[in-house]
Design a protein around this ligand. Structure first.
Ligand code: AR6
Length: 171
């Protein structure tokens, strides 16, 4: 089941919420800042350990930490592509974010996962195309993995909510 909701992802009680992080994993603005602020220091401490071990996180890849003080049990941090015009594998990398985050969710026995609109803020990915990639990639994954029962697209702004809803209605 895939649903779209309007709101703040830090308030969502699911097994895992996904963070639109950067490759340092050391926090930042946007949804990343909101998740670290609301989740508390335990998240950053785990991110630091991961960064020390593997040198951060590459674009399109994902890592998992505790949810700290959040209602979600886990945070899956993925690094979206920065939009440089579309000729730098941005679309593939964005699809990789959704796939790799869901793979990690399955490996950690998560049944419900919430995503923000990865890369559509500071990283400037065009929102309409990002919505198409998000919905297509998640539905393809769910058709092959019955372990995940629910995916929520949590939209912070009107525009993403409309665009994701439009893509969901096409299905
Ligand atoms: N809940 C849900 N969505 C949110 C929230 C929230 N609390 N806050 C913002 N959004 P962005 P990016 C939406 O910029 O483009 C950070 O500094 C926002 O409206 O957070 O992947 C990182 O450290 C937008 O639609 O992430 C990286 O450096 C979406 O989340 C960089 O930004 C993504 O916007 C990543 O850029």
């Amino acid at each position: 089941m895939i649903e779209v909701v309007r709101g703040d992802i830090t308030k969502i009680a699911v097994d895992a919420i996904v963070n639109a992080a950067n490759s340092s994993l050391m926090g930042g603005g946007g949804v990343d800042g909101a998740i670290h602020r609301a989740g508390g220091n335990a998240i950053l401490e785990e991110c630091k350990k991961i960064a020390a071990k593997q040198g951060g996180c590459e674009t399109g890849k994902a890592v998992i930490t505790t949810g700290g003080n959040l209602p979600a049990q886990f945070v899956i941090h993925t690094v979206g592509p920065i939009w440089y015009g579309g000729n730098n594998h941005e679309r593939e990398r964005l699809a990789d974010c959704y796939k790799n985050a869901l793979k990690l969710a399955v490996e950690n026995n998560c049944k419900s996962v919430a995503f923000p609109s990865i890369s559509t803020g500071v990283y400037r990915f065009p929102k309409e195309e990002a919505a198409q990639i998000a919905v297509r990639t998640v539905s393809e994954f769910l058709s092959k993995h019955i372990e995940i029962e629910k995916v929520l697209f949590v939209c912070f702004d009107d525009e993403n909510e409309v665009l994701i809803s439009k893509e969901l209605h096409k299905m």
